[in-house]
Structures are given as structure tokens and as C-alpha cells.
Design a protein around this ligand. Structure first.
Ligand SMILES: [Zn+2]
Length: 246
């Protein structure tokens, strides 16, 4: 495995610029725009073609670097509506991934055919997102990951094998983050599926809005420029805001 290109935290002007760009993009592209901003020496096309498991590992590392070690989220109980908070330790999630050492592809022989299936990439998901029917989109995705293109009897035979879907699910088990949430009010248990890309985009957008608010307040009081305030650490901005009683 080649060493990972250097990654820096998403802060200051880099955070603002990345969020501005990502805002107008397809939701599947937003996490990649954040990664590209934090890994300027990395080729964006290579990020598009990264298996989802590897993409999620990079996103978890970016999350830890930029926003701290614990993912915190909120959900409402579907039974009684009580708000629930949950936390997921990034280090634990990365350790679990490293321990399972999920393969990026699998090959097997079945029904007289040699089959090879690889993990999906963001490029695959984007191509299939344009397919209007969900069932057809799944078939297109499986066909792409099987390395078969045009629809033909042979393609249909391969895509429709039950083992293909089972192998696909196993290849992507690491990309599915599930937390079991137990409601403190009515004890109802619910499974919360966490999409790490969506999650980090929401956090980045929130951090960017907070930074803009800080810039606005500090610029009003001190007359400092936007780049100067954006370059300050969050701790230093907080210290000045505290002095202002903001
Ligand atoms: Zn409840």
C-alpha cells in the first residue's frame, strides 16, 4: 500500500473555501471536496476512484484532525420523539477497520463463470445516481463493480446471481456505520445508520458558519481583516470573543 499523501486539518480560509465549493455540488462529491482541500497534493480524480472503504478511512482521519476524536450526533426516538445524543469514537472506528482488514475485491467461480467483484467507488455511485429507478441503479452498480458494462444476457446472468449481492454487502460492511440507540424515555431501540460523508459535510458546514459569525463579530469590534481573523486558532478567537462578552 502506498503511503498516504499528507493531510492537514480543515480550518480557517481552507474550510471556508472548501465549504463554498461543496455547497453547490452533488452530495456525493461534497466529502471529496473536503478531502481534496485537506490533501492538496492528492489528485481529485484519484479520490473519485478510491474504494468506499478507503474513502471512509480518510474521512474519519480528516474528522479527527479537524473536529476532534468523537463524532457526536442527535436523533429523535421514532416512538415517542425524545431527543437522544450518541457518540462514536473515531479511533475505535479506525481500529475496527484495521482489524477486519476488509478486502477491496473478491473473485470466485460459479455457474460455469469466473466472477470478480470490487468495492464501489464514488465515481460508481455518481454514475448510478443518475438512474431514475432504484432497482435499476442497484443493478447498474453491481454490473460496474463486476466489470461488465452493456446489458446483455451474460451481464444479466451475472448480476442476478444471489451470491453477487451477498459478496457486495460483505465487501462494504466496513462502510456501514450503525449505532444502536436506546431511548431513555420509552426504551425503544433503533438502529441509526451513519453516512460518514454526509456527517462530515454537516459538521464542516456548521464549523464554517461559526467561523463566519466569529469573523463578523471580531471584525466589527477590532477592525481586523477577514484573512487575519480566519488565520487565528479557534481557541484564540474564543478568547477574544469572551473578552467582548459575545
Ligand atoms: Zn422513545
Amino acid at each position: 500500500m502506498s503511503p498516504r499523501p499528507p493531510m492537514h486539518a480543515l480550518t480557517g480560509e481552507c474550510l471556508l473555501a472548501a465549504c463554498e465549493q461543496a455547497q453547490g455540488e452533488h452530495p456525493l462529491l461534497r466529502p471529496l471536496t473536503l478531502l481534496a482541500a485537506a490533501m492538496p497534493t492528492h489528485d481529485r480524480q484519484a479520490l473519485l476512484e478510491l474504494p468506499l472503504g478507503a474513502r471512509d478511512r480518510l474521512l474519519l482521519e480528516l474528522r479527527r484532525l479537524s473536529f476532534g476524536p468523537t463524532l457526536r450526533g442527535y436523533a429523535s426516538c421514532p416512538q415517542c420523539g425524545t431527543g437522544m445524543e450518541f457518540g462514536l469514537e473515531v479511533a475505535e472506528a479506525l481500529q475496527t477497520i484495521a482489524a477486519t482488514d476488509q478486502p477491496t475485491s473478491v473473485g470466485w467461480h460459479e455457474a460455469g463463470m469466473d466472477l470478480q467483484l470490487r468495492q464501489a467507488t464514488t465515481a460508481d455511485l455518481l454514475a448510478c445516481a443518475r438512474t431514475p429507478m432504484p432497482a435499476q441503479a442497484v443493478r447498474s452498480l453491481l454490473a460496474r463493480c463486476l466489470g461488465v458494462s452493456a446489458s446483455s444476457v451474460d451481464t444479466d446472468q451475472r448480476v442476478d446471481l444471489p451470491s453477487v449481492r451477498a459478496h457486495f454487502d460483505r465487501l462494504h460492511a466496513d462502510s456501514e456505520w450503525r449505532c444502536v440507540l436506546r431511548c431513555p424515555q420509552c426504551t425503544h431501540e433503533d438502529i441509526w445508520n451513519l453516512d460518514i460523508g454526509d456527517f462530515i459535510w454537516i459538521e464542516a458546514r456548521h464549523a464554517a458558519r461559526r467561523l463566519l459569525t466569529d469573523i463578523h463579530t471580531l471584525a466589527m469590534h477590532y477592525g481586523w481583516s477577514e484573512p487575519a481573523i480566519a488565520a487565528l486558532s479557534q481557541q484564540r478567537r474564543d478568547a477574544y470573543l469572551e473578552l467582548l462578552g459575545a
